[in-house]
Design a protein around this ligand. Structure first.
Ligand SMILES: *Cc1c(COP(=O)(O)O)cnc(C)c1O
Length: 412
């Protein structure tokens, strides 16, 4: 059935021996995170009444309220907003930014240029509906040697009035490292020691349950993530979350719905059970994704490619970079991941001009949920040095099969 060449199977066996220690570490974190989730379900007395549905305005949706308490507890936040009315992670980030910033305010990114889809939101790429069009200023400090540029951050917040600082943990389509929780802790301490009023907002996409601490525990005020990534556990059909300080979550709710209605409205249309089941599965699903990433990292390193992170490096997110050096190999690898998926395995992804992105992007996502990247998926902008960003897999075994198929496809 699977025509994987013999040498590759041998290499795979060797790799699995080498990555044992890292896999055990992943399982340890998975246990700690599972305890956290189970405790949240029990404390909030989840029962099948919470699987019910609301329509129309969605008043008194006890399932929705219960979900938001569970997310708050898991993320160590005062409150959360978990909604399918968020179309994507990008949308939730937009809502949070427009909720927190007012004309004349300044937004500062301390992790360099944010994720591609934020360009038009901020106004880095002109757009008539950007923050910039509302007279909201933007400044940026690049990372320095894969860490924060503490000196520059200190200078700017002592000199200028900054309203919101944005920290993006995952690397996005860049080559920098993703940021672990202890680096976040150090920089947030510095920021708060100079000015407690600055709101620290964290783009937490791809990072939930990779480590055992939430950014809120180390001082972040508000965090944002997508439900078709880690916390959706591959089961939530769509949506995103915002969690953090109660007053900031309220501002966000009033921006998502309307001033005065806030969190009180929002029909769930039957998805409560899926969201609950998704977050219940999330620790294991994230662990399987990281195992797949570790496996792919070592396999491709042994085949001579530059990879980041290496199999034995600390991880902050579920993303694995593989540098192919030319467009053809990148495209073949992504197409191979698609061939090795369960859904749409016979479609062939091609690079295209995706809305919100500046370069052509190829995206392989043979997934149950359209565009889901907690399921095995691989994408990359067609620009040097032609890096594939691979992430997800609901199980390690399916992840491994997809990686083997993709390697086979570039060797052909
Ligand atoms: C995926 C991602 C986003 C955007 O999420 P979408 O749901 O794809 O809109 C934002 N920031 C980072 C770091 C991401 O990885």
């Amino acid at each position: 059935m699977f025509e994987i060449d013999k040498e590759l199977i041998e290499l795979s066996k060797e790799v699995e021996k080498e990555i044992k220690e890292q896999i055990e570490e992943v399982e340890k974190n998975c246990m700690i995170n599972s305890i956290k989730v189970l405790d949240a379900f029990q404390k909030n007395k989840v029962s099948d009444v919470h699987f019910g549905s609301t329509t129309g305005y969605g008043y008194n949706d006890i399932g929705r309220d219960c979900i938001e308490k569970i997310f708050a507890q898991i993320l160590e936040a005062e409150d959360s907003l978990v909604r399918s009315q968020f179309i994507s992670g990008t949308h939730a980030l937009t809502v949070a930014l427009f909720a927190l910033l007012r004309p004349g305010d300044t937004l500062l990114s301390i992790t360099g240029k944010p994720y591609d889809t934020l360009d038009e939101i901020i106004g880095i790429t002109p757009n008539k509906s950007s923050l910039k069009s509302f007279n909201i200023n933007y400044e940026q400090i690049d990372l320095k040697e894969n860490d924060f540029n503490y000196e520059k951050i200190e200078n700017i917040i002592k000199k200028e009035k900054i309203k919101v600082i944005e920290i993006q943990r995952s690397k996005g389509y860049s080559t920098r490292e993703s940021l672990c929780i202890n680096k976040l802790e150090k920089v947030i301490k510095l920021i708060k020691s100079i000015n407690k009023e600055i709101i620290v907002m964290v783009d937490n996409c791809y990072c939930e349950f990779v480590e055992t601490k939430s950014p809120i525990e180390v001082g972040a005020d508000i965090i944002v993530g997508s439900l078709i990534k880690n916390l959706g556990g591959g089961i939530a059909p769509n949506g995103a979350y915002i969690a953090g300080r109660q007053d900031l979550v309220e501002l966000s709710a009033e921006r998502l719905t309307s001033p005065g209605q806030g969190k009180e409205v929002g029909p769930t249309l039957g998805i409560n059970k899926s969201i609950l089941q998704g977050v219940y599965m999330a620790p294991s699903v994230v662990a399987n994704s990281i195992k797949t990433a570790i496996y792919a990292s070592r396999m491709l390193e042994k085949l001579g490619y530059n990879v980041s992170p290496k199999f034995n490096e600390k991880r902050a997110d579920i993303v694995q970079n593989i540098e192919f050096g030319n467009a053809e190999k990148l495209i073949k690898y992504c197409q191979g991941i698609q061939m090795g998926s369960a859904i749409d395995s016979n479609s062939v992804p091609e690079p295209w001009n995706m809305p919100g992105y500046n370069d052509k992007v190829i995206m392989a996502s043979g997934s149950f949920t359209q565009g889901s990247s907690i399921e095995i998926s691989c994408d990359g902008p067609i620009r040097p040095p032609y890096i594939a960003y691979m992430q997800g897999s609901l199980t390690y075994e399916y992840g491994k099969l997809a990686v083997l198929t993709a390697i086979n496809n570039i060797k052909k």
